[in-house]
Design a binder for this molecule. Sequence first.
Ligand code: HEC
Length: 151
Amino acid sequence: MGKTLWIGVAVIAVAMAASFWWMTTPPDRAVPIVNAASHGAGSAAPAPKADSIIVPELSQIGLSGEIAFNENCSACHGKNAAGTDSGPPLIHKIYEPGHHGDMSFALAANNGVTSHHWRFGNMPPVEGITEAKIRWITKYIREVQSANGIN
Ligand code: HEC
């Protein structure tokens, strides 16, 4: 018994302290985890402000989607899906159709999302949302994305 054991104990203690620090330190919310290179996006840029987002003339379904979005999603994803302190912007290159197909909207709303792109924490499942509303919301987001050059 001797030094080696104590060194081992010390190493484990330091590792535990470090992971505790990592888990409890407030994340830097504005910075996506993904980097620009892996997504070909200006991911490190700050979230766009609601007013800087171009809202096109929406289709009928898009308009219904906007209403459903404001009721169910904008608390976290913000007005015009521009993001808030509680959730990322969806008018963002990360969420272009090729990276996050329409299915990912249904999955997100129904099952929630385990935090992986950002540091806002997990998205909980959206209670009481219907499949129809999810389709409208997805159409709304796609129309706004497209008006902002995200295709
Ligand atoms: C309580 C806050 C909250 C609400 C309400 C919310 N979201 Fe989210 N959402 C988040 C967070 C946080 C993330 C980012 C997770 C991550 O780090 O990738 C996210 C991510 C997403 C994603 C990306 C999924 C993926 O595969 O990466 C989609 C799509 C999405 N949300 C759609 C919606 C829709 C549609 C609604 C409303 C029906 C909604 N969200 C409501 C917090 C929320």
